[in-house]
Design a protein around this ligand. Structure first.
Ligand code: FBP
Length: 402
């Protein structure tokens, strides 16, 4: 019998860090040391030091050769050239997300959530009580945006009000730093979502608080770029600068995000619906009919649909982008500014649609920072069929316990 061939992999340029924290540390490290440690795992200079690009049959590297490029190469002058300022900003965002990736994979997460200074409670704005990792992720993103020098204001799902950072910053960043964190103890995928707008210079004369809010309430149609990072079996950064949607997978051996999904096109029709269907009896008649119809294969597409629901928006969206179908949350739960707009931008750039069940998300004018809405994202034909049922927005929203 022949012995199996053992595949060989390129040797890591950096020694693996098997211990995140010193073995002498018996007690759980403080929040500040956890931040410092996760910072140590990936340094921005690692990407430029790595010097190797995975070659493949598709994609073009910055040198014009066939092969995959890194996210930085893709954005830069040898790629689509989004401009130096945006490259600097996105390099800082990807750096922050690498730190969050290390954090969500840390063995100390559950201890962190038990620290008393993180005790939750409703923040008073009608939003869910923030969880510890949400807060730490928020701080990681804020500090990276500050360090970039390119951001005027950051509006985060975790903060009651936007944070004014820098009068001269050309960009506005909206973000949900760690979506799906309610699943974290079970190691279910989570994600970071972000959107980037230009600072509205015509508002520069206004008081800081007012211009911070108005800059953050821009319509999704004005997005310059958007993206998400999925923290799962692989860490995947999916982004669009308005010329298609592309995904990059983190190579843990080098610290680079390598282009793995070039110009994603969502299938015009999928065969999967993604929804928390324990809420079936709170749904309106139109939505019940739609789901009953497609699961029986009696819709416009004569195949029986399957259900998939992770309850982690980024993960459910990522699968939908690749396989097609609809990812939805029909109740007023997800946020227009931090979630619906960036993900609608990405799905539209991939040929799909983002809707509240009636209208195109990107055409809406946000009126409140933490505005919630029903959200339907997915394949063009599936969303059109769903909308044709008219009555698909869940009005009953009792506040579910899990
Ligand atoms: O409870 P539902 O309606 O299924 O909502 C689940 C959705 O809520 C989220 O967990 C986001 O809500 P939170 O920001 O409150 O955690 C999404 O990741 C997920 O898609």
């Amino acid at each position: 019998m022949q012995s199996p061939t053992i595949p060989t992999f390129p040797t890591s340029l950096f020694p693996p860090k098997t211990l995140l924290f010193s073995s002498k540390t018996q007690s759980f490290p403080s929040k500040s040391s956890l931040l410092a440690q996760s910072c140590h795992l990936f340094r921005p200079e690692m990407a430029s030091l790595s010097g190797f690009i995975v070659r493949s049959q598709t994609g073009t590297s910055s040198s014009g050769e066939k092969g995959f490029s890194t996210l930085s190469e893709y954005m830069g002058k040898g790629g689509i050239d989004v401009g130096d300022e945006l490259v600097v900003l996105c390099d800082h965002i990807q750096y922050a997300c690498k730190r969050i990736a290390a954090l969500v994979a840390s063995p100390f997460n559950s201890s962190l959530s038990k620290q008393s200074n993180f005790a939750g409670g409703d923040s008073g704005s009608g939003r869910d009580a923030p969880k510890p990792l949400d807060i730490v992720s928020n701080e990681i993103i804020l500090s990276s945006l500050k360090n970039s020098g390119k951001v005027a204001v950051m509006a985060s799902e975790e903060d009651d009000a936007p944070v004014w950072i820098n009068d001269d910053g050309p960009f506005v960043v909206v973000t949900d730093p760690l979506d799906g964190s309610r699943n974290i103890d079970a190691s279910i995928p989570t994600g970071t979502i972000f959107g980037i707008y230009r600072r509205l210079v015509e508002l520069d004369h206004l008081p800081q608080e007012e211009k911070a809010t108005l800059n953050s309430l821009q319509s999704g149609a004005k997005l310059v770029a958007a993206g998400y990072v999925l923290y799962s079996s692989a860490t995947i950064l999916c982004t669009s600068f308005g010329s298609g949607t592309h995904a990059f997978t983190l190579d843990h051996s080098t610290g680079d995000f390598i282009q793995t999904h070039i110009d994603i096109k969502i299938p015009p029709r999928g065969q999967i619906y993604s929804v928390n269907d324990a809420r079936y009896f709170d749904w309106p008649e139109g939505l019940r009919q739609y789901i009953d119809t497609v699961r029986q294969g009696k819709g416009r597409y004569p195949k029986k649909y399957s259900a998939r629901y992770i309850c982690s928006l980024v993960a459910d969206f990522h699968r939908t982008l690749l396989y097609g179908g609809v990812a939805m949350n029909p109740r007023d739960h997800l946020r227009l500014v931090y979630e619906a707009n960036p993900l609608s931008f990405l799905v539209e750039q991939a040929g799909g649609r983002g809707s509240d069940g009636k209208s195109r998300i990107l055409s809406m004018q946000p009126v409140k920072l933490h505005q919630r809405l029903p959200l339907f994202l997915g394949s063009l034909e599936d969303i059109e069929e769903l909308e044709s049922y008219g009555d698909v927005q869940q009005k009953v929203n009792p506040g579910y316990e899990v």
